[in-house]
Design a protein around this ligand. Structure first.
Ligand code: SF4
Ligand code: SF4
Length: 208
């Protein structure tokens, strides 16, 4: 559902921004289906977009500094839509996330307050919050992510680590799976990956 919304929003934005003639934009909005192999936009073809998105994210107030990332587990908030939403703010008892007024503000992370506890992950209806721990081992980092598929991965299993566009980045080992009733069916899965991939990996796929 997250990808469908993202696609729809993307095509809406594109249509408004360019008033272009791509009929697939309109089709995508009406049908909620994206046509990556026909579309004239490059977003779903994946070229350069990951870099562009990451650059924008890093420049935002919701992305921790490199210095804070190096210190260990910290929230990475990838919320880029100005929507009326703030459960992340109320979920954080350390007051590390500020939305404030108006409620359409993008969330701001105060990295020094964040303990990397992960409470905010399942609280976010947009599935937009991750915890990255670059201090996991000397060469591995962990990425904790919301996960709403079944079956859940098993701790110790090897899975495909995927980027934001669903492309495989590398192998990952599952080190933790948490799905308490209070998470309202949004499990939190933690995967260990090579440290250099921790900014890219945002999803996993089970290997059958
Ligand atoms: S990881 Fe914990 S401390 Fe950090 S922002 Fe989320 S809820 Fe707050
Ligand atoms: S809860 Fe999630 S979607 Fe809502 S403002 Fe916070 S980060 Fe954005």
């Amino acid at each position: 559902m997250r990808f469908i919304t993202a696609k729809k929003d993307y095509h809406n934005d594109q249509r408004k921004a360019t008033q272009n003639s791509c009929i697939l934009n309109l089709l995508a909005i009406q049908t909620e289906i994206c046509y990556p192999f026909l579309c004239t936009n490059n977003y779903w073809k994946g070229d350069m977009q990951e870099d562009v998105f990451l650059t924008e994210l890093r420049a935002s107030l919701s992305y921790p500094s490199e210095e804070r990332l190096d210190k260990g587990a910290v929230a990475v908030i990838e919320c880029i839509q100005e929507i009326p939403c703030n459960p992340c703010e109320t979920a954080c008892r350390f007051k590390a996330i500020i939305v404030g007024e108006p409620i359409t503000n993008l969330p701001r992370l105060i990295g020094d307050r964040c303990r990397g506890c992960g409470e905010c992950i399942s609280a976010c209806p947009g599935l937009a919050i991750f915890i990255v721990d670059k201090a996991y081992t000397s060469d591995k980092a962990t990425v904790s992510m919301p996960y709403e598929y079944y079956p859940l991965p098993e701790v110790g299993s090897i899975v495909d680590a995927l980027d934001r566009n669903g492309r495989k980045v590398c192998d990952a080992r599952i080190v933790r799976v948490s799905n308490p009733p209070g998470n309202n069916k949004t499990a939190v899965v933690t995967a260990a990956v090579k440290k250099e991939f921790s900014d890219l990996v945002r999803n996993i796929r089970l290997i059958s």
